[in-house]
Design a protein around this ligand. Structure first.
Ligand SMILES: Nc1ncnc2c1ncn2[C@@H]1O[C@H](COP(=O)(O)OP(=O)(O)OP(=O)(O)O)[C@@H](O)[C@H]1O
Length: 314
């Protein structure tokens, strides 16, 4: 393990995140516009997002040494994203600024009265994150404690990252979001899969499957550990030790659940890299995610290690 000692005596695990970085542009409106219609927004916010970046920031806030492998545009939003990663202490040596594509964005309209949203995602540079970008970081991946991927970048790229890690005996985590069916040869490279309920049933192609039944089918496809997140109810943890539901922690208040899943996967990865077993890692991740829903925005809402340790003591 490539761990270094911290002042508090705890070892600092090395987490490599391979994935997306977006800028989320959110406009609250009284009513979402129909085709051809223009509406005025009462409030506009621009917040750093993208599942990969959210998970990288979550892991860094929780005390891991984090290397992020990603692509942003050679534009102002890309420079801003990189500055944000560096401020969080993330190693950005493998964040490429792509001069041929803009930074990925999500345009989010929120109906303030109903809380409904409509979202347009323009992946931009995320779609250019290539197997060779990942290969450039292969030495870092082979020496990591854990490698974490999601599905907002090309599947071939995800597969390359998982394969390099798998062949080196490094733990692999896949958060299979956004929901989509996956090829068996990719799933076979995954140690720990972290779908939410929708993603779990979509992966097994059976929308009537219970989370537990979906987990069993995923084990049959070669995934040794499955953690299905269940929103406020917590998470179903399934591996060779059996199946258990780790109850959700009551959030102090629920302000914004955006990024709760990313916080959970980032935190789970840190805990696993520190050597916790899957169930204890899921308890840690649930505690972190319950704190993340109490604050607005994905990256700004990721809790610190001290915040999580404090609620775990209670
Ligand atoms: N209202 C809540 N109160 C406490 N914890 C929550 C709440 N909602 C989510 N969580 C925590 O966050 C984890 C992930 O939530 P969820 O299952 O909704 O994932 P998700 O659908 O990927 O989330 P999102 O897409 O909003 O990021 C849960 O397992 C739980 O630990």
């Amino acid at each position: 393990m490539n761990t270094s000692n911290r002042a508090d005596g705890r070892t600092r695990p090395h987490v490599v995140v391979v994935g997306s970085s977006n800028t989320d542009m959110t406009a609250r409106v009284a009513r979402l516009p129909g085709p051809g219609e223009t509406v005025l927004s009462e409030r506009f916010e621009m917040v750093a997002g993208g599942k990969g970046a959210n998970q990288a920031v979550a892991a860094a806030r929780l005390g891991a040494q984090v290397t992020f492998v990603a692509r942003v545009g050679a534009d102002a939003l890309g420079a801003q994203a990189i500055a944000g990663f560096q401020a969080a202490g993330i190693d950005t040596a493998y964040v490429v600024q792509d001069s041929g594509a803009p930074t990925g964005i999500a345009l989010i309209g929120v109906d303030a009265a109903r809380g409904e949203n409509s979202i347009i995602v323009a992946p931009g540079a995320n779609a250019h994150l290539s197997p060779s970008d990942v290969e450039a970081a292969s030495e870092v991946i082979r020496n990591a404690d854990i490698v974490v991927c999601q599905l907002e970048t090309p599947l071939e790229t995800v597969k390359t990252a998982l394969r390099i890690a798998w062949e080196a005996g490094v733990l692999t985590v896949l958060n299979p979001a956004p929901a989509q069916p996956l090829p068996a040869d990719l799933l076979a490279l995954v140690d720990i899969l972290t779908p939410n309920e929708t993603e779990a049933v979509l992966l097994v192609g059976d929308t009537d499957a219970s989370p537990e039944a979906a987990a069993q089918q995923l084990h049959a496809l070669g995934v040794s550990s499955v953690v299905v997140t269940l929103g406020a109810a917590g998470a179903l943890v399934s591996n060779a030790d059996g199946v258990v539901v780790v109850a959700g922690r009551r959030a102090p208040t629920v302000v914004d659940t955006t990024g709760a899943g990313d916080c959970f996967t980032g935190a789970l990865s840190v805990a696993l890299a520190e050597g916790k077993d899957l169930r204890r890692a899921a308890e840690f991740a649930g505690a972190a995610a319950s704190l993340s829903v109490a604050k607005a925005g994905a990256q700004p809402s990721m809790p610190t290690r001290a915040d999580v340790d404090a609620i775990l003591k209670n």
